[in-house]
Design a protein around this ligand. Structure first.
Ligand SMILES: [Zn+2]
Length: 226
């Protein structure tokens, strides 16, 4: 077991005939600069952006995946990319991910699978949810400011109308705060899972369980979400 504070990384024994590591295995998920796995959030040497990088069971001999459990919870995620949908599912033996057909968005048209024991590394980072921030800035924020301004200007003449405008303004202000929080604090959480034979990147902010279950099943001590 690793002691807290020690680097969680024991370089792999180079078994003869072992496949070379995919180049992104030990790299910053933002810019690709080399990075060393560790238990805490780190800042990239190159781009200074924050992420976690954890060595998986296929890279670090001290990481042992959780035993296979056929009834393990299935966690399914689906997200859109322009015209099609992509999906990622934590199944009992591993991670499936791929593209769904563009017509009904149910049948997979391509699929890759990574067994938990074949995971070389997992990187987790958080992108700004730009759309949420733009909507917050363009819609509820100006409405809130305008209605609060109207409320202040009319309250002396008509307290009732002032109260109505103030209530609308406060609601819009709350909506703006909620959208900014969703955009900046929660953001678009990304997990890049590099396996021996395949890799996938999953936006997982819609599932609270995905991060914890992914790390638990790979046998990796769960790092904080950056
Ligand atoms: Zn970087």
């Amino acid at each position: 077991m690793n002691q807290p504070g020690q680097p969680m990384f024991h370089p792999p024994s180079n078994a003869p005939g072992a496949a070379p590591l995919p180049p992104q295995t030990l790299a910053c998920p933002w810019c690709g600069c080399p990075a060393v796995p560790g238990p805490a959030v780190q800042a990239c040497q190159g781009c200074r952006r924050r992420f976690t990088l954890s060595a998986g069971p296929a890279l670090d001999g001290s990481v042992v995946p959780a035993p296979f459990h056929p009834a393990a919870m299935r966690i399914a995620l689906r997200w859109s990319i322009v015209v099609t949908y992509r999906f990622a599912t934590l199944e009992p033996p591993g991670i499936h991910s791929g593209t769904l057909d563009p017509v009904v968005g149910i049948a997979p048209v391509d699929q890759t699978s990574i067994a938990y024991g074949d995971v070389l590394s997992i990187a987790v980072w958080r992108k700004l949810a730009v759309v949420d921030c733009i909507i917050a800035a363009l819609v509820p924020t100006p409405i809130a400011l305008l209605t609060l301004y109207v409320a202040i200007s009319v309250v002396a003449k008509s307290p009732g109308a002032g109260a109505v405008f103030a209530a609308i303004g406060l609601l819009m202000g709350l909506l703006a705060v909620w959208l900014f929080r969703r955009g900046i604090v929660i953001g678009r959480r990304q997990a890049r899972i590099v396996g021996r034979w395949a890799s996938t990147t999953v936006p997982f902010e819609t599932s609270a369980a995905f991060h914890d279950e992914l790390f638990r099943r790979c046998g990796i001590a769960r790092p904080p979400i950056p």
